[in-house]
Design a protein around this ligand. Sequence first.
Ligand code: ADP
Length: 502
Amino acid sequence: MFDRVLIANRGEIAVRIIRACQEMGIRTVAVYSEADAQALHTTLADEAVLIGPPAPGQSYLRAHTIIQAAVERGCQAIHPGYGFLSENADFAAAVRRAGLVFIGPTPEAMAAMGSKTAARAAMAAAGVPMVPGFQESTADADLLAAADTLGFPLLVKAAAGGGGKGMRIVPRPQDLADALQSARREAHNAFGDDRIYLEKYLTAPRHVEFQVLGDHHGQVIHLFERECSVQRRHQKIIEETPSPCLTPALRANMAAAAVQAARAVNYTNAGTIEFLVDQERNFYFLEMNTRLQVEHPITEAVTGVDLVKAQLRVAAGEPLPFSQAQISQRGHAIECRIYAEDPANQFLPSIGRILTAVEPVGPGVRVDAGISTGSQVMLHYDPMLAKLIVWDEDRAEALGKMAWALEHYVILGVATNIPFLLAVIRHPVFQAGEATTHFVEEHFSDWQPAADPLPDEALIAAALSDFLEGQALAGAPAPTGDPFDPYNPWRQADHFRLGHGR
Ligand code: ADP
């Protein structure tokens, strides 16, 4: 096993990986930008290396600087987390050339799955079911001709796609020419690659993905599914497992297809095969994510497998410590992604200092957070603050526990989507397990939070704690004693007023 690992990421996923390394007795080296000098991942790692200014292009995406830091600090391996460099096959290859281990699949497997069209071709050859489409040519004339056979509505997609970019729904033939042009332009700007292709548009699909794990000894297994149909702007916000839409037979077929897909590209380490399931319960390969997913904790909750530890073991050349027969699903897990965004203001990102963060605690409740009281939330980075994960014996219990946990998660200082998540969890369609990928736009397009539910006491407490911390930072004598003791000199009106006015 490695004795020193560099984590090429920030936020909750860096914290998550540091935790797994610490449990295994591996020393951790964090990298951080100038904006993250006080960030949680920077302070929790055993060592931390400054890699540049706040903009990701000048810090977390600087492959050469990161690899150099790993070599200089005597690391044997780099964990890329998700996002940033995690799906960059050139980075994985450069890590290998530097004599280090990339904790993820081989650059060859990443490249095979990196382009959506190349992945579709590989999956078709492996006999994995696929959304009907046309990708034999990218010339507009050929695409226009193919569209007629495919039928409408259809979807224009970018070969290099990701994050919903370069994707256009085309309801009618007369809209196609414009859609091709604008998708091409967007793909060129986002990926420097304007190749596009067509897919049949499924009208009310569910997004169901399978976790796979492969080792370097020929073993590939799956760890069941995650349902991720609750999406906003094609981005997942709530995930659960088991999926309420799978029958045991469908689950078995999809799991077999996922393992087949991974084997077809000699996949090693953790990966995810994404599928769409239509109303007739047909399933279709969508894409493969060649990295750890944001929503991996729900799989951990129902299978009992620590996926990050498994990644470290596989990367170190160990065989998987369990076989397919030893993996089963127990109970039900749900994850909510907590974002710093304002539900009352079109979900615009909300930035500022976290005055207070109090996480819900209880049996079957897990919080993977990248922030704590005092953290700064900045525009440079993804606005996801934390993930709230619950586990219980069945779906009904898990839903009740998630509602409880959301109600008891206090984050003051920035606006969050917690009230929105609560409304989604309580919605009858979600409660019935019937949400498709259109659920949010169908039921929440005009949603507004109820009037500010914060009690005055919470705001006063947050303002007081902000003020007291400011005093401490300014070098003033630290306030002492009980803040609610009327005879405590610190509890004077002036101090309250000062705190509020800052
Ligand atoms: P990206 O890689 O840009 O995120 P994906 O191919 O993973 O794009 O698709 C993201 C989401 O878009 C899916 O989860 C689904 O909601 C929707 N989607 C993608 N392809 C189709 C399709 N053929 N029919 C209907 N919805 C689709």
